[in-house]
Every structure is written in C-alpha cells, then in structure tokens.
Design a protein around this ligand. Structure first.
Ligand code: SAM
Ligand code: MD0
Ligand code: SF4
Length: 347
C-alpha cells in the first residue's frame, strides 16, 4: 500500500490527503522505504549539495503571545536582547565570510522594529544587503500587504512566515489574537512582490495525523519555495510547558513526504529542534538545507532551543561543515545558491 503510493507519486501521479495520511502512518520497513525514496528524489534534483543558512535572531522582544513560544510577551522571566544595525551587519558578514549561503534575519514582533513606518526593520535588511551582500531571509512576523514590495526593495530574497497548522481552530488556540487568513496571506503577498516564500508546520501541538496530512498538501499548494516541519519543543514559562515532548519520528516522515511530493523545494534540517544531534536523521529523510547555524560567543539565541549547542560551538559554521563532509555531503557555494534562487525567480 505504502509502496504503491510512493510509486504513484514517483511516476508523477497526485496524492490525496488520504494517501498522505497513509504515508504518515508508515513504520519499520515502510518508513525506511519512504526515507529512501526521499533521498533519491533529493539526490536526483540536488545531488549531494546541501545549502547552509545562518540564524540571526536580532530581536527577541515580541508583542504576541503564542502559547508555544518561549518569547511570548507574557514570559516575563527571560532575558531579551535587541541587536543594533551594525551588530546585525557584522554577524551577517561573518556568516558570508565563512561561506554560509543565507542570513535568516529573524525577530519577535518587536514594536521598536515596526515603529516610524518600519524604519529599523527596513534599515536592518537594507544595511545587510548594501554592506554584506549575502542572500537574505526576512522573518519579522506578519506584516500588512503593502509592506511586501518594501521588504523586497530593501533587499530580502526570502520571506518566512509559518502557518504552523492549516486547522483553523487549532491555529486560533495557539496564535492567540492573530488572524489565520492574514497569516496565510503573507506567503501569497510575498510571492506577488517578487520575494520567495517559506511556509512551515509544527508537529506535536495537538493536531491529528489528518491535520498534518492536510497541512503538508496546503503548504505545498501555496507555491512556497521552501517548506518545513519542526517538532514542538515545550518551553518553560509558557502555557504548554507541561506538554509531552515528542521525538522526531513524525517530523522526519513529514520531511520525507514533502520531499517526494515537492522534489524541487528547499526543505530544512533545523538544528533548532535537537541541536547538532538532529543533523544526520533529517538529511537522511531528504532535507537539503541546514538552518539555525549559530556562531558561539555572540550572545545569540535560538527559538525552539534557545541555548542548546550554541555556546559549545556545536552549531557553528565550522562544526556543521565538518559534519556534512563526514556524512558524505558537500556544502553548496553561495554562487550556486544564488543561481538556484534566480532560477526560482525566473531571472
Ligand atoms: N516571530 C516571527 C513569527 O512568529 O513568525 C518569526 C520567528 S518565530 C519565533 C519562528 C518559528 O519558530 C515559529 O513560526 C514556529 O514555527 C517556531 N517555533 C516557535 N516556538 C517553537 C517551539 N517551542 N518549538 C518548535 N518550534 C517553535
Ligand atoms: C530555524 N530557528 O531555522 C530558526 C527559525 C525562522 N525563519 C527560522 C525557526 O530553525
Ligand atoms: Fe512572537 Fe513569533 Fe514567538 Fe509568536 S512565535 S510569540 S510571534 S516570536
């Protein structure tokens, strides 16, 4: 059954939500066959080349109150920081010099960054474009539609904003006081403005397997050039702190299914879920981008794992490059990444 569904997809057939549900239930040999099919799909499209993204979480202040997030406004017990434009330029320059392909400029929905008609946010992006020249992803939260041409003009290549789930009721219970349709629109409006888009789902938040199947298909249907799955990591000081932490099996299956359904998309292996220990399994499941590479000693945080493997250097450029090589992969050059982006933009 599972083998038939995989074969049908490999032959160019479409998959129903029931098919995806069946694939998500794979265990044992079936699951191994799913991972093998995903690696084959990735290798025939991308070879052994893996793209690398540095994570620059430049403001951890946030006006939102997402129930799953460590940085929600009600979490009063945490240290927050906001980097200056110069600091973000320096951090991005170091990523560029090390051969990292993209700087993911991420923030909480920080009112200071949005003030004066988004002055500081736009200035941060355009300074990295002008002074560094590395490819840029902007992950600043949900913005009004008219902002997308301005984000593009400032120099961003990618816009990331994750729906988390396409189950509206569940979305509303997680992203409190936020609008499902407006967040969905982010992906569409970004692409209208000439940006590439990233959508994402979280796993282990109370969704059903059918919700996951539906979310995978709907993320694909947005046309987003990058799509991701991340396992929810329960956070201290939040309403979900006592939730059971899941292992990564369901995430790995989601990665593999996205890969066989959408072979030409960028699909991350995020170091932000299990730290460096999560690298091998996600590449094995068909991921082709490593995200959340973070240099040590820069007072930078992650999101799902705000400190795991950062200060010990395990998420550093050097360590990730060495591990990639040991696993038999090759890190793509930034010129190759730019060529890939251009092909997606139809340049
Ligand atoms: N503030 C912006 C936003 O919400 O779109 C950008 C950064 S936000 C922290 C990036 C993503 O991290 C979220 O969309 C969510 O998918 C993920 N995330 C947040 N908390 C998480 C957690 N506890 N476990 C796993 N992923 C998490
Ligand atoms: C990651 N911690 O790639 C980052 C983050 C935001 N664009 C991405 C969730 O894992
Ligand atoms: Fe803020 Fe993003 Fe965290 Fe929600 S997920 S609380 S918007 S930083």
């Amino acid at each position: 059954m599972i083998a038939d569904i995989i074969e049908n997809i490999q032959k160019g057939g479409t998959a129903t939500v029931e098919d995806v549900h069946t694939l998500l239930s794979a265990t044992g040999d079936d699951m191994e066959a799913l991972f093998q099919a995903a690696r084959d799909a990735r290798d025939s499209r991308f070879g052994k080349d893996i793209f690398t993204y540095g994570f620059v979480y430049f403001s951890t202040y946030c006006k939102n109150n997402c129930t799953f997030c460590y940085y929600r406004r009600s979490n009063g017990q945490i240290d927050r920081y906001r980097k200056t434009v110069e600091e973000v330029v320096q951090l991005s320059g170091a990523l560029q010099d090390a051969g990292i392909n993209l700087a993911d400029l991420t923030m909480g929905e920080d009112p200071r960054m949005y003030a004066d008609d988004y002055k500081l946010l736009l200035e941060t992006i355009s300074s990295v474009r002008d002074d560094v020249g590395i490819s840029i992803m902007a992950s600043p939260g949900a913005l009004p539609r008219e902002m997308f041409p301005r984000i593009r003009e400032a120099g961003a290549d990618f816009y990331a904003c994750y729906q988390e789930t396409y189950n509206r009721g569940l979305f509303e219970s997680l992203r409190l006081e936020q609008d499902f349709d407006a967040r969905y629109g982010q992906k569409i409006w970004a692409r209208e403005a000439g940006l590439l888009a990233e959508d994402g789902m979280m796993i282990g938040l109370g969704e059903t397997r059918m919700d996951r199947a539906d979310t995978i298909l709907k993320m694909g249907a947005t046309g987003a050039e990058q799509i991701r799955a991340m396992t929810f990591v329960p956070q201290e000081g939040t309403p979900m702190q006592d939730n059971t932490a899941w292992d990564s099996t369901e995430e790995l299956k989601a990665i593999a299914i996205m890969r066989i359904l959408f072979p030409d998309r960028l699909i991350p292996c995020s170091l932000d879920v299990e730290g460096i220990a999560g690298l091998k399994t996600r590449l094995y499941a068909g991921a082709n981008v490593i995200t959340s590479i973070v240099p040590p000693n820069k007072n930078l945080a992650g999101v799902a794992q705000h400190e795991l493997d950062i200060e010990n250097g395990n998420r550093s450029m050097e360590n990730v490059f060495n591990m990639l090589e040991d696993l038999g992969y090759r890190r793509a050059k930034s010129s190759e990444y730019v060529r890939f982006l251009d092909s997606k933009r139809g340049v």
